[in-house]
Design a protein. Structure first.
Ligand SMILES: Cc1ncc(COP(=O)(O)O)c(C=O)c1O
Length: 422
C-alpha cells in the first residue's frame, strides 16, 4: 500500500517462516492518521462509544470491584463466567439460537476466537474458504497458520453460492478445513447473505463435510429489511462468533464462541495456552451493564445513529462520486464497498486523500493475495458525523476525479482500452 519503507531489522532470518505470510492490517496502519482531528476518517470500523452512557459504564465497572472484587480481580475459568454465558444465551435466544451456557466459550473479542480456531484447525497448506473480500483481522489470524485461502466472490446477496459449489466440487469431500463467512452486513462489503443462500451454503457444507464459521459482529445493527436467521439457528454444527464490541464497547475486549462440544474442548486448550482465562473484570463489568441498564435503548439509539450516517454516506456518494463508480447499499453494519474501473488503483490515492483530510481503506488489504481489489475501497460510515461524512466524500471525490480525468484522457487517446460498461 503506497510507498513501501525498507526498515533494517537485525533479527531478520530468525523469525518463524509463517510470520512472512502475515501482513500488517491497513486499517491498523491508518490508525494514527485517522486519529488526527483534521482528518475525516472512513478507515476504521470504530463503534460510536460516545453513545454508551458514561455513568452506566462507570457504575458497572465500579460495582464489579466494589461488589464482586474477589471474582473481578481474580483469575477465572477458561470458558468464562457462568453469569456472562447465561446473558449471552439470552442474547442468542433473541436471534433464534437456543443454547445452554455450556455451549459458549467467552473470548477476548471475536478476534481471539478467530485466532484460536486457526490455531486449532490449520496446518500449513490446508485449504480454507472465505468471502472475497473478507475481514482483514481474519486474514491476519488465519495467515499465521499458513493456509491456502480460496476466496469466493459476492454480489448483493452475499457469497456467490454457485461459485462456492464449483470450488467445493474441485476440492471434494473434506477438501477444505472450513468455510468462514460474515453473513450480516459483511466486513468490508456491507452485503447480507440471503436466506435462500444460507440454506444452500449449509446443505453444501453438509454434503462436503466441511465446518462453517459464522462471524456475526453486526447482526444486531440492522437499520431496515427483515431479520435473516443466523446459520447457527439452522444448523447446530455451525461455529458462531459473537461480540460485545458493537453492542457495548470494544474496549472491554469481550466476545464469544459457540461450538460443538469436542471443538470447544480443543479450543479451550488453545485458549489456556494463549491467556489462561479471559478478563474476569471485563466479564463482571459487562454482566452489570447488561443486567442493570437500559442497554436495549442505548443499542436502538446507536442503530439510529449508524443509519443516519449510512444515509449521509449514500447520499454523498450519489452526489459526488463519479459515474464510473459502483457501491453497495448496506441494510446495517458499518461499511460501504466501492468499486472503480480496473485501471484505478486506490492504494495510490491514499496519500493524496490524507493530504485532502480524508482516509479510507484500499481494497487489496481485504484479499489474501494482496493484488485483488486494487480498484476498490472500503468506506466506514460508523464513526464520523453526518456533516463530516458529506464533506469527507466530497474531498475524496475530488481526489478520485483528478485521477479519473487523467485516465479518461488516456482512454480518449486510445492509450488504454475503455472499460466495459456493466
Ligand atoms: C467481521 C469481524 N469479525 C471480528 C471482528 C473483531 O471484533 P472484536 O472486537 O470482537 O474482536 C470484527 C471487528 O471489526 C469484524 O468486523
Amino acid at each position: 500500500m503506497g510507498t513501501a519503507r525498507v526498515v533494517f531489522d537485525r533479527w531478520d532470518g530468525r523469525y518463524a517462516e509463517r510470520m512472512a505470510n502475515v501482513r500488517s492490517s491497513a486499517v491498523r496502519d491508518l490508525f494514527a492518521a485517522a486519529s488526527r482531528p483534521d482528518i475525516i476518517s472512513f478507515s476504521g470500523g470504530m463503534p460510536a462509544v460516545d453513545h454508551v452512557p458514561a455513568e452506566a459504564a462507570a457504575m458497572a465497572a465500579h460495582d464489579a470491584i466494589m461488589h464482586e472484587r474477589e471474582c473481578a480481580l481474580q483469575y477465572g475459568s477458561s470458558e468464562g463466567r457462568p453469569e456472562i454465558r447465561s446473558i449471552i444465551t439470552e442474547l442468542m435466544a433473541e436471534n433464534g439460537i437456543r443454547l445452554s451456557p455450556d455451549d459458549i466459550v467467552v473470548t477476548a473479542g471475536a478476534q481471539q476466537a478467530l485466532d484460536l480456531l486457526a490455531k486449532t484447525f490449520l496446518d500449513p497448506g490446508d485449504v480454507i474458504i472465505t468471502e472475497g473480500p473478507t475481514y482483514v483481522g481474519a486474514l491476519q489470524a488465519f495467515s499465521a497458520y499458513e493456509p491456502d485461502i480460496r476466496c469466493i466472490p459476492m454480489d448483493d446477496d452475499g457469497m456467490r453460492i454457485d461459485q462456492l459449489e464449483a470450488e467445493l466440487r474441485k476440492l471434494g469431500p473434506r477438501g477444505a478445513k472450513f468455510i468462514y463467512t460474515i453473513p450480516n452486513f459483511q466486513n468490508p462489503a456491507g452485503v447480507t447473505l440471503s436466506a435462500e443462500r444460507r440454506r444452500r451454503l449449509l446443505e453444501l457444507a453438509r454434503e462436503y463435510d466441511i465446518l462453517v464459521i459464522e462471524d456475526d459482529p453486526y447482526g444486531r445493527l440492522r437499520f431496515e429489511g427483515g431479520h435473516v436467521k443466523p446459520l447457527r439457528a439452522l444448523d447446530d454444527e455451525v461455529i458462531y462468533l459473537g461480540t460485545f464490541s458493537k453492542i457495548f464497547a470494544p474496549g472491554l475486549r469481550l466476545g464469544w464462541m459457540v461450538a460443538p462440544k469436542p471443538i470447544r474442548a480443543k479450543v479451550l486448550l488453545a485458549k489456556q495456552a494463549a491467556d489462561l482465562c479471559g478478563s474476569a473484570f471485563a466479564q463482571v463489568t459487562a454482566e452489570r451493564y447488561f443486567m442493570g441498564t437500559r442497554w436495549r435503548r442505548v443499542l436502538q439509539g446507536l442503530s439510529r445513529t449508524y443509519a443516519e450516517r449510512r444515509d449521509a454516506m449514500l447520499e454523498a456518494l450519489d452526489e459526488h462520486f463519479p459515474a464510473e463508480a459502483r457501491w453497495t447499499h448496506p441494510e446495517g453494519g458499518f461499511f460501504v464497498w466501492v468499486e472503480f474501473p480496473s485501471f484505478l488503483d486506490t492504494g495510490q490515492l491514499l496519500a493524496e486523500a490524507v493530504e485532502h483530510g480524508v482516509t479510507f481503506v484500499p481494497g487489496d488489504g481485504f484479499f489474501p493475495d494482496g493484488r485483488s481489489g486494487r480498484n476498490c475501497m472500503r468506506l466506514a460510515f460508523c464513526y464520523a458525523q453526518p456533516e463530516s461524512i458529506s464533506e469527507g466524500i466530497r474531498r475524496l471525490a475530488e481526489v478520485i476525479e483528478d485521477r479519473l480525468e487523467l485516465y479518461r484522457a488516456f482512454i480518449a487517446a486510445g492509450a488504454i482500452p475503455a472499460p466495459e460498461v456493466a
